[in-house]
Design a protein. Structure first.
Ligand code: ZN
Length: 468
């Protein structure tokens, strides 16, 4: 049974789908004003793994991840790049795909752009006004009235913060309560706008997720996720809006709320607002995409994860060990035997426990260890079968999708210049010829020379040589 930690109840709960074998999953997406950073990569590779695992368990996943393609920063950036909003956001969305595809993150089934849902959002705001949960200010903004929301604060439980803001009424602003937040923003001079019954303007940020998730997934959602920094105020406000607009109990709007822990850089939260972040693009200059993916799943998703060179190097090494175990074995399709079933069940047990990826990794290492043993004893058929199983389970985590030979040679290539690679290939060829001519002395000499270059040779019975 799959158990998932629910932020709302602070307990691990059994996943009980609303509709038989379909899971309605909504994850807050990217505001496309800049390149994606490593924090995005963590959240989206975690949910990508969750979806792959749910599919493995036989569920269909209605995965919805929105794209915020209108906000203040987007307007500023488009202006400074001398592009229209549409030109700029389309370009940034393509950049986002390049990065996320690189990390083997599958694209969502539904990927709604906010600007395609303005009518849906206006309808949602209209409902909130009609039910007196919102009000129009004198400058044409529409505000959500926080005092009218039942159970506001149930998700973040940050009572002190919530009490302090909701009691405080700021008479200098046009808000009734300083914690009230904007649903519709009237356009300033020269800003893009859409027509609405209240003013020419654009939607606030929080309202888009309430309106879009209701439109695509319906009143209730199985799982709603995002980074833990979105818990307050974004998700808290979303609960208030959805519950008030669509008359849903705040406790049942979403069955399970999932939050991914923060990524730390120099012991501080990695974030754009603190200017303490790396883009995925920057990290890809130093490490290959699969190493980054491995690293991102190396801590439990609810825990913090520290980005530093040591942790990246450990990830690189771990991945290499798994590829070395697979190296030289051709996986075969087969039905699992007892030994393989044992590993699979263990893997499932770890994933069923709130998607415990670090523990799932340890199962893969047990398999790799056994694989190395089988190889050393020349039990090739058993090794082939186990290798197949190892790849299958690792693919659920989005890793080990490359040919081991290519991967390992690529690792060597990265540290050497093209001239050295050519030299290695030439030496291997000379050595193969020497072996054919039974010139063992020369063959051994070349092997030693290659070893000093960090190249490991494995001779196959037919006379061919593999290298890594
Ligand atoms: Zn959202």
């Amino acid at each position: 049974m799959l158990k998932i930690f629910n932020t709302l109840t602070q307990k691990k709960e059994i996943l009980k789908p609303i509709n038989f074998n379909t899971i309605k999953l909504y994850v807050c997406g990217v505001t496309v004003y800049d390149l994606c950073h490593l924090g995005h990569a963590r959240t989206f590779s975690i949910f990508d793994t969750i979806i792959r695992y749910l599919n493995y368990c036989g569920y269909q996943v209605e995965y919805t991840r929105n794209i915020t393609d209108i906000d203040d920063k987007i307007i500023q950036r488009a202006f400074s790049h001398h592009e229209t909003i549409v030109q700029f956001t389309n370009r940034m969305i393509q950049e986002m795909y390049i990065d996320l595809d690189n990390l083997n993150i599958l694209r969502p089934k539904h990927e709604p752009k906010v600007t395609n849902y303005i009518d849906t959002i206006i309808n949602c705001i209209h409902l909130l006004l009609k039910k007196k949960h919102a009000y129009i200010t004198r400058n044409g903004d529409v505000m959500f009235s926080i005092n009218t929301a039942n159970k506001y604060g149930i998700l973040s439980r940050n009572k002190k913060l919530i009490q302090s803001i909701s009691k405080y009424t700021n008479h200098n602003t046009i808000k009734k309560n300083s914690a009230d937040f904007v649903l519709w923003k009237s356009a300033k001079f020269n800003e893009p706008y859409w027509m609405s019954p209240w003013s020419k303007g654009r939607p606030g940020w929080h309202i888009e997720c309430s309106a879009i998730s209701h439109n695509i997934l319906g009143k209730n959602i199985d799982i709603h996720g995002g980074g833990s920094d979105l818990m307050f105020p974004h998700h808290e406000n979303e609960i208030a809006q959805s519950a008030c607009a669509y008359s849903i109990d705040p406790n049942v709007y979403v069955n399970i709320w999932m939050h991914v822990g923060m990524l730390l850089l120099n012991n501080e939260k990695m974030s754009k607002s603190l200017n303490n972040f790396f883009t995925i693009r920057e990290i890809l200059k130093k490490y290959d995409p699969e190493t980054i993916r491995y690293f991102l799943l190396s801590a439990h998703y609810r825990n913090q994860l520290k980005y530093n060179d040591n942790n990246m190097k450990s990830a690189q090494l771990a991945l290499k060990r798994l590829y070395i175990a697979l190296y030289g074995i051709n996986p075969i399709v087969h039905s699992a035997n007892d030994e393989e079933r044992y590993f699979t069940l263990k893997f499932i047990e770890k994933m069923n426990d709130d998607f415990n990826t670090p523990e799932a990794y340890s199962v893969l290492f047990e398999m790799a260890h056994e694989l190395n043993r089988l190889k050393s004893k020349h039990y090739y058929i058993r090794a082939q079968r186990l290798a197949t199983q190892l790849k299958l389970l690792a693919n659920i985590l989005g890793i080990l999708y490359q040919n081991p030979e290519n991967y390992l040679q690529c690792q060597v290539s990265k540290n050497k210049n093209p001239f050295e690679i050519e030299k290695i290939q030439k030496l291997i060829q000379i050595r193969e010829d020497a072996r054919k001519n039974k010139n063992w002395e020369l063959a051994d000499k070349i092997r030693t020379q290659l070893t000093t270059l960090g190249v490991i040779l494995e001779d196959e019975p037919e006379g061919k040589t593999r290298w890594r």
